[in-house]
Design a protein. Structure first.
Length: 277
């Protein structure tokens, strides 16, 4: 048997090492971190979408579920590759300051005012501002997420429209929790209190006890979700290619159909409205 030259051995090792490095790089690139909201995670939407994302693109998505404000901060630090949230004003600011590449609308649902079945504040109807005024006038127990989420931002907007600010008033009937949507709903159920919730999480929420939807249908309750690639020019380690593939899938005909197809008890939780690209 001829002796294999040292140069040939080194060459073969280099080829093998290169192949291993390439495989490791591919595996790393195909794992994506998405900072999103507790409403998308706790509604079960990601459990519905992500297996299909992996099948269609080969990308494994890890979701970090936080309030929208916190999710955007994660993106600002470069600790996520994509943010998928629901506070358009905050999202546009995120892009304007250079933290994100482009905001793309993906889907919408709506907020609902949930409360005790007997509605002691007489807040029922379609007018969310009138409903909150009734809650305030009756000092009825109200649970706020208080976590800088998209839902919390919407709640604060509605209080402002009513010329009220119970958080500043520090009244005992107003409970500022700092919780995500699911835990905040659990607190409201335990207290038999009013709360603003996104419809998706409400439909998937099991521990309703005496709670029911009190106010809905107001145009002001519209709840738009957007997706943004974290800017790789600010954070070189951002997986821009994989992140863009994920975004492209969300707004594709397949992704939009999967979003529309997610239902609980026959009721659709989210409505796709991505602009065709």
């Amino acid at each position: 048997m001829k002796r294999i030259s040292r140069r040939l051995v080194l060459s073969l090792c280099a080829i093998s090492l290169g192949a291993l490095t390439s495989t490791a790089s591919f595996a790393q690139e195909s794992t994506l971190t998405v900072a999103s909201t507790t409403s998308t995670e706790q509604s079960g939407l990601f459990g519905h979408l992500l297996p299909q994302v992996q099948k269609a693109t080969g990308i494994t998505v890890k979701v970090v579920a936080l309030g929208t404000g916190q999710a955007l901060d994660v993106g600002r630090r470069g600790d996520a590759d994509v943010v998928f949230v629901h506070d358009q004003v905050a999202e546009e600011k995120f892009v304007a300051e250079g933290a994100g590449v482009e905001r793309i609308a993906v889907m919408y649902n709506d907020f609902v005012l949930v409360g005790p079945g007997d509605d002691p504040a007489k807040a029922a109807g379609k007018d969310i501002v009138g409903g909150l005024k009734a809650v305030h006038a009756n000092k009825a127990a109200f649970v706020s997420r208080g976590d800088k989420s998209g839902t919390h931002a919407a709640e604060l907007r509605y209080w402002k429209m009513a010329n009220l600010d119970p958080a500043i008033e520090k009244q005992a009937w107003y409970r500022d929790t700092g919780f995500g949507m699911g835990p905040a709903l659990n607190t409201a159920a335990a207290m038999n209190a009013y709360i603003l919730a996104d419809r998706g999480t409400w439909l998937s929420f099991k521990n309703r006890q005496n709670l029911k939807i009190i106010a809905e249908g107001d145009a002001k309750l519209f709840n738009q979700y957007g997706v943004i690639l974290v800017n790789p020019k600010k954070h070189a380690h951002v997986k821009a290619e994989a992140g863009q593939k994920f975004i492209n899938w969300l707004v594709s005909a397949e992704g939009q159909a999967m979003i529309a197809g997610y239902k609980i008890g026959g009721e659709q939780l989210f409505f796709p409205n991505a602009v065709k690209r």
